[in-house]
Every structure is written in structure tokens, then in C-alpha cells.
Ligand binder design. Structure first.
Ligand code: NAD
Length: 295
């Protein structure tokens, strides 16, 4: 079957251009640039890479960004004091704290301290509650990126059976809420599956839309997918590969080569959900600057 390749790179690029245009018109109207602050604790290489990418994305669309760095030995009080300072700074629209944090810092305390109005990661319980209520909110980056792909590729979701694999707080769980809610995309009949689910294959084979976020490379094989399904692969894994210049290749949670021909549309890894996750943070920061969520 010929399938549509859902191109996250291309879509993220389009979104960035749209946001850059919007920033230009805000400035032309005498407004101020949207401003994102990011806090990074410690020297973890992956976290540093992620934060640097977020700062670069901001520059690309014309946002102001502030990177606040702390050593791994920063105290919880110092961190909370900085959060408070940014909460009260009218020049800053959005604040993210890169996770994970060192063990001596209570991530719940830090998440709770960020003002919901500035919580562009959408991790604050108030924003998660608003998501569950289908109120305006900051949807966390990965589910937000997936919803945007479904919308822009005009994937019909109403009345469809959507199966989500994985129930994490950052992906599977919000994904299931969003797909079930009364909205577009949405209005699907949702089955949320997880590590205790029995007969997983019987369930996934019933999916019109299969959203995979369990964190196991190439777990979903062709025999688990219905002919004509739409498959969204959230998983991302670095696999050592001496034949590559980089020394690794990226794999998703779906065995792409054998699954893709059974689908009508599928996201690749890399170049599917990943770039959309980055674009979604920019979307939320713009919403914060325009006061579109909390009016
Ligand atoms: P997680 O480890 O927090 O959660 C995994 C979930 O999968 C759990 O709820 C667990 O119950 C379920 N699960 C585990 N084994 C299962 C099995 N055999 N059958 C059914 N369910 C099973 O993972 P996460 O943070 O949600 O991330 C999932 C994947 O998505 C990872 O590969 C991660 O790297 C990737 N990810 C990608 C992006 C992106 O931007 N593309 C963002 C976040 C996460």
C-alpha cells in the first residue's frame, strides 16, 4: 500500500516560519519579543544538548531567550528562589526547567513553584488538570507535537479507535486524554495500554490509529498492525552502528520497514515526532507571550 510519510522535519520548519512571521508582526505593531527562560542544572551532556537546541530554536524564530545555569551542587532553596524571580519578571513569558534534576532537589516542588501562566512545558498540575478538563492550557511538548501533526496531515480521528502504547505522564497518558477529548483532532475511542496489558497484539490490531510510546526499539512489528492504520512512533533510541560516521543510528519503537507498507500514514524516526517536540515548545511560548491561555 502506498502510505503517507508524516514529515516532522518539514512540518516543524513550517511552524517555525509561521512563528517567525508572527513575531515580526508583533514587533511591527510595537510589541515585545516573546521571551523564554530555561534553567539547566549540572553538567549532564544530553540535558545540555537539549537546552542548547531550545535556545537555538528561540533565536531562529526571533524570541529572546535566557539560559540560567547552575552547578550540580545548587541548593533547592537557590533554585526555587530563581524560579520565583523569573515568575515575577514581567519581561519573561515562559520558563522551563530542564529535567532530570539532581536527586537532592525535589522535582515536584520545583514544578509546583513555576507559575502556571509561565509553565510552557505544561508540567504544572494546574495545566495538566486544565488539559483533562479540555480547557485552554499549555499541552506538553510531545503530545502537542503529535496533535499538530495529526491536524496538519488532516488525519481523521473522530470515531476512530486509537490505541496508545505507554502511560507515562509526559507522553502516553496526556496523549490518551487528548485523543479522547471533544476536539479536532480528538473524538476518538481510546484504549490506553501499558506494561501490565494482556494480549497487547489483539488490541493493537484493532487500532485505526496506533500511538507508540513505550521505549523499546522496534517493538511494534507488522503482525501487530491493522492494514490501513495510521502509526505514530514516539520512541527514539540511539543504537551503536560502526558503519555510520556518527557511530550510531536512531531507531523508533516501531519496526518501520515492515510496518510502513501496511499503513496509510506513518511517522519516521528520525524526522517524525522528534522535531515536532521542539516546535511545540515554541508554540507554547508564543501562546504565553500573547496571553492566549491565561487571559
Ligand atoms: P516511559 O519509560 O516513561 O514509559 C514507558 C511506558 O510504556 C510505561 O507506561 C510502560 O507501562 C509502557 N510499557 C513498557 N513496556 C511495555 C510493554 N511491553 N507493553 C506495553 N506497554 C509497555 O517512557 P516515555 O518517557 O513515555 O518515552 C517513551 C519513548 O518515547 C522513549 O523511547 C522515549 O525516548 C521517547 N520519547 C521521545 C520524545 C520525542 O521527542 N520524540 C519525547 C519523549 C519521549
Amino acid at each position: 500500500m502506498a502510505y503517507t510519510l508524516i514529515d516532522g522535519n518539514k512540518t516543524a520548519k513550517e511552524i517555525k516560519l509561521e512563528i517567525a512571521d508572527k513575531v515580526a508582526s508583533i514587533i511591527a505593531d510595537g510589541g515585545k519579543r516573546p521571551h523564554l527562560a530555561a534553567m539547566l542544572v549540572g553538567e549532564d551532556g544530553a540535558s545540555r544538548t537539549y537546552v542548547n537546541a531550545k535556545v537555538k530554536d528561540c533565536e531562529e524564530v526571533g524570541f529572546t531567550s535566557t539560559l540560567v545555569r547552575f552547578g550540580a551542587d545548587v541548593t533547592e532553596e537557590e533554585l526555587l528562589a530563581k524560579v520565583e524571580e523569573i515568575n515575577n519578571d514581567p519581561a519573561i513569558d515562559g520558563l522551563i526547567v530542564q529535567l532530570p534534576l539532581p536527586n537532592h532537589i525535589d522535582v515536584v516542588k520545583v514544578t509546583n513553584r513555576i507559575r502556571p501562566e509561565k509553565d510552557v512545558d505544561g508540567f504544572h498540575p494546574v495545566n495538566v488538570g486544565r488539559l483533562a478538563l479540555n480547557w485552554p492550557t499549555y499541552i506538553s511538548a510531545t503530545p502537542n507535537g503529535v496533535m499538530e501533526l495529526l491536524a496538519r496531515y488532516q488525519i481523521e480521528t473522530a470515531g476512530k479507535h486509537c490505541v496508545v502504547i505507554g502511560r507515562s505522564h509526559i507522553v502516553g497518558s496526556p496523549m490518551s486524554i487528548l485523543m479522547a477529548r471533544n476536539g479536532q483532532p480528538g473524538n476518538a475511542t481510546v484504549t490506553l495500554t501499558h506494561s501490565r496489558t494482556q494480549n497487547l497484539k489483539d488490541i493493537t490490531r484493532m487500532a485505526d490509529i496506533l500511538i507508540v510510546a513505550l521505549g523499546k526499539p522496534e517493538f511494534v512489528t507488522a503482525d501487530m498492525v491493522k492494514e490501513g492504520a495510521v502509526v505514530i512512533d514516539v520512541g527514539i533510541h540511539r543504537i551503536d552502528d560502526a558503519s555510520k560516521k556518527s557511530g550510531f543510528r536512531l531507531l523508533g519503537d516501531v519496526k518501520f520497514d515492515e510496518v510502513a507498507p501496511k499503513t496509510t500514514a506513518i511517522t519516521p524516526v528520525p524526522g517524525g515526532v522528534g522535531p515536532m517536540t521542539r516546535a511545540a515548545l515554541l508554540m507554547n511560548t508564543l501562546l504565553a507571550a500573547e496571553k492566549k491561555v491565561y487571559k
